[in-house]
Design a protein. Structure first.
Lengths: 258, 258
């Protein structure tokens, strides 16, 4: 059990020792957490370009040099060990979910740290907006949409969104607050009308867990950092390592104070 | 002579025909203009990473696919012809300033469009801030500082800043207004104290033209899109094409309304 006041360094140490293998939501509050994508150098330009062209789902917090394992945003960390769990994709297929990727490490691997919605969720809650998946201790509901990302080289695929039911009178506030966090997906991409995004049934998310939507609530959709994983599958990337959704890399960077 | 109300498309056509070979400041007001850097695909990942790590001097407006010449932000344009003039660097040395780079074009060249301060200058003037270099129809004064950019791969070098004298009572306003334009260098990087940036003599800029600083004014320094040219020199990049400072690429993208 990880103490709720554990520091980012303590959380990373718990990942490294195997003591923490679960979700990181609610931990290290006040510090930025990130999604992770690791690709060979040969694919890194195309993916960096993909992120530049699709900043809403892929806001870059940091990109490491090829072979580097210690991010500037977390001195002393080692990206091969310091997440609760990893996914390994080969030719777009999920082939393993190891707790450590040191045995797979190569000097040509480039690590991308991508902003995570935990940052703006904390801000939404400070603004008085209740988040049902937090109240119910579930993973947020995520959906593969019908909206194409802008492709870059070999990488193409559709946008993944996260959905949070928001009281109708607080939807504008949720937009205002999240818009202040462009590094973590920013303002919603879509409000209401899930069918226009190609989502037939909100009760059946493609990732995460469904939550109820009450009569005075509107489903609000934000671009989601799981998009790269959908893109890796769609693009049949030869080799890729990611985090497991919800089990993020915890940095030493304080949340932006906006 | 180009009409001051010429459209971006008309300005690009004038560049293509050779009718416009001079500066683009004051033209196509209300449309985004950009710096240009063109590099071989082999160096493109390192430079894209450099831009990601140094967003103040290198805010990316668009990065084209290798070989592509028509940006999304200017349909119908051709980056090989549509700037007033180009600089060609080999091994970090300036070797030519042609009016057209079609004869040098290769299918492996990647074009980077980088935000230009003209956008925030228009906003400063709308806010009631006089800009002396505009009043005097000079190129803005630019200085090579003692501040290192964050390196990426082969690319390293020092930050170049532009300087504008601002009335002391308007410095805070200038910060507020320019901060709204993160895509075009954003807020200043330094206010006053030029010696702390390693600038010994404001009357001798490294690029552009000097302007007077009056007793009630403070020199305010913004990160500058000429930084990549200093970096190309310092890094001895094998081959690079850029714009000529002040002679920018004019896009069809309206200035952000903020």
């Amino acid at each position: 059990m990880i103490a709720s006041d554990a520091t980012p360094e303590q959380i990373r140490a718990a990942c490294r020792s195997g003591a923490l293998q679960g979700a990181t939501s609610g931990l290290a509050l006040g510090y930025v957490q990130t999604n992770l994508v690791i690709l060979p150098r040969a694919e890194a330009f195309d993916f960096l370009l993909f992120c530049q062209r699709n900043p809403k789902p892929c806001p870059l917090i940091e990109v490491l040099d090829a072979g580097a394992i210690e991010p500037r945003c977390a001195p002393g960390a080692d990206l091969r060990h310091d997440l609760p769990g990893y996914r390994v994709y080969e030719a777009g297929e999920l082939v393993a979910e190891p707790g450590d990727v040191a045995p797979l490490w190569r000097d040509d691997l480039v690590s991308f740290l991508i902003g995570c919605s935990f940052s703006f969720e904390a801000a939404l809650m400070r603004a008085g907006i209740r988040l049902r998946h937090v109240d119910e201790a579930r993973n947020v509901a995520m959906y593969l949409t019908n909206r194409d990302c802008i492709p870059a080289g070999r990488f193409a695929g559709r946008l993944v969104v996260s959905m949070r039911p928001i009281k109708a009178h607080q939807v504008a506030l949720a937009v205002e607050v999240s818009a202040r966090y462009p590094d973590v997906h920013g303002a919603p991409v879509h409000i209401g009308a899930p069918e226009a995004l190609g989502i037939d049934d909100l009760a059946r998310p493609d990732f995460g867990e469904a939550v109820a939507i009450l009569p005075d609530e509107v489903p609000v959709f934000w671009a989601c950092g799981v998009t790269p994983q959908a893109v890796m599958r769609a693009s049949r990337a030869p080799f890729c390592i990611t985090h497991i959704p919800g089990r993020m890399f915890v940095t030493d960077r304080p949340e932006p104070a906006v």
